[in-house]
Structures are given as structure tokens and as C-alpha cells.
Design a protein around this ligand. Sequence first.
Ligand code: 3PG
Ligand code: MG
Length: 397
Amino acid sequence: MTSFRTLDDVDVKGKRVLLRVDLNVPMEGGRVTDATRIERILPTINELADKGAKVILLSHYGRPKGQRVEEDSLRHVLPTLEHYLKRKVAFADDCVGAPAEAVIAAMKDGDVALLENTRYHKGEEKNDPAFIDEVAKLGDIFVHDAFSAAHRAHATTEGIAKKLPAIAGRTMQAELEALESALTSPARPVMAVVGGAKVSTKLELLGNLVAKVDYLVIGGGMANTFLAAQGKAVGKSLCEHDLAPTALEILEKAKAANCTVVLPVDATVAQKFEAHAPSHIVSVDHVGADDMILDVGPKSVAHVESLLAKCKTLVWNGPCGAFELPPFDEGTNAVAQTAARLTVEGKLLSVAGGGDTVAALNQAHAGQEFSYVSTAGGAFLEWLEGKTLPGVAALKA
Ligand code: 3PG
Ligand code: MG
């Protein structure tokens, strides 16, 4: 049940469609290093163009804060976009005013154009009505396909949706459908795997998840804070000792909500934070004073895998260990591969996203098999926190 309009609900032929995408892709030395966000928006662009719309792409890049920072120009992304799209894309070196108007006036039905970085204007982040009007007059319909920017109440992610007929693009639609089936109305039992370095950045997320999931698996550096709060020695591990009371509160809240919190029972420890540092496995009751916990151990992995086999839904955010340093990626890899296998076997709906998660799953060669991997960072986290995303709410209004 979707409460937003999709491309099935509008006639776009001959219309100027302002399509908000997220071209905020990683670049190094002027080249796009990960084109996933570009690949994800191709279906929407192609569908609109094939239906005879004039497709006008809007996006931010970086955080230029209202200045024309050359490094943040979307011109740098244009060749990669054209390469994947296999279509010519016109470029306007401003997203409003004469340059944008001229490029749009020259478009034929089915053409695609890209307008320069919306964040070159202060009005974008300020969601300024005058700027919204300037952008809105360039189009007839607004299509939002940037879930990963939907946590921002900016002019081209939120404000404009109130000015023009607003529709979810195919990527936004897929994302919302995946997220709704993972957490809003999931098949149970539901497991959440939450990892990453710090509890402090994920307090709201954990607080929201304990009320919604049946199993909450805590991994990564943040598990150490929970172990320490329970009185265990964590040696030299990353640990936010001052958050012990908060960790205990989360455990209490989980208990009251009938959510089983799964903490590591064993760990891979080393004395250096380096790839291939000499390491061994210990019970979490026997972490030495000089040890650093860098990954969950095999017993912990087996326990999570046995629970996962009973679950119908998985939501994943954050790695279980220091996955960027082999062999401390083993726990993450094993759990990810098991989730991937269960998904392929049709036993599990698996949704992952946020920060390092995509990189960790790809490294585990498991990302392709997940039901849905979000390219969103902050937006995915805010959604896990139970927050209303302004860019999504504007589509539902
Ligand atoms: C992202 O990369 O997470 C999105 O494009 C949003 O970017 P922002 O954090 O600069 O708003
Ligand atoms: Mg961000």
C-alpha cells in the first residue's frame, strides 16, 4: 500500500519534468569512483525520456554552502552520467535563470538535461520560497528520486514538492517499498544488525529499533560499550565508557519491549590496529588488558546465524568489526554471506544501508544478493531512527 504517487499515475508526454536525483557521488582526481547512485536513477530517467518528457535533472554536489566552488561542479559528473545513460545530456551552468531557461527552451521531447549544483545557491539549503519559485517555474511536474537526500528539507528536496505536482521516481518508490516492508510492516521475526564504531552516533536508532525488532544484534566497536557496561573488561578496545548508563537503559528498554539483544560472546583480539596484526580469539569474559577487540568471534557468528535462520526479515546497518582491516572482516563477511544465502533461498527479506554498510557488504560479495541495498547514508539512519524524512513527507502530503 503506497500513499504516494508514482510514474504510473501521471502523463508526462511533452511535459518539463524536474527530476531530483542524488549525483553526490564519490570522486577522486576528477573521476567518479563509485557510480552506484548513477546506475540507480537510470530507470527513472529512461522511462521519463521514453515516454516523451523533457527530463531536467536537479542535484546537489558536496557542500559548497551557496558559493560557486568549481570542485563541486556537476560538470565533472556529466561524462559518467552520459556513459551510463547512453544518451546525450545537455548541461546548464546554473540551475535557475537565463542559463537554465535557454537549455530547457532548446529541449525536444525525450531529451535529458542536467542543471548545475543546486547548492551553489544559498536558497537551496534555506528552502527559500523565492529560490523555490525560480526553480519551479522551469518545470511542469516534480519527480523525486533522491531518497538519499530526502532527510534534508531543502528547496529541491522538499519545498518544490509543494509548488508542483510531486511524484516519486522509480528509485524512491523501490526504496520506500523496501523500507516499509522491512520495518513498518515486516514479516516476523525481524532481526536488526547494527554495527559501527560508536554508540553515541546511534542512540536514537537503537532506541527506536528495540521497540520494533525481535532481535537486535549489536556488533562493531559499539558492542564494546555494552560489554563494558555489563562489567566486562574490554582492555584497550574502542569503548565509550561514559555511555555505560545509556547502554544499560537501552538493554532495559529492549527487555520491556520483548526484544532480544544479542551481544558478542567471543571476539577476535589484537594488540595493534593494523591489517594482519597477530590476533587470537577469546571469550568476552577474558579480554586481556592490552587486547583490542577488532571483530566478533566464531561463536558469536554461529549464534547470529542460527537466529537469522529463524527470521523472515533483516535490517542491517554498520559492520560487525574493523572490516577494512583483514582478517577483522571475517565476522561481517560470514553474517553477510549467510544473510545473502537465506535471501537467495527466498527465506529472508534483507535490507541494508547507511555509511560503511554498502562497502562492507560489497567487500563480503553479498551486496548483490540482498533484497535491497540503499545508497543512502544519513537518510537511511534517520529512517532507522523512526524520523519522518521531509522529502518523503512532502510526497505523501
Ligand atoms: C549524501 O551523500 O548522504 C547525500 O547526498 C546528502 O548529502 P548531505 O549530507 O551533504 O546533505
Ligand atoms: Mg552525508
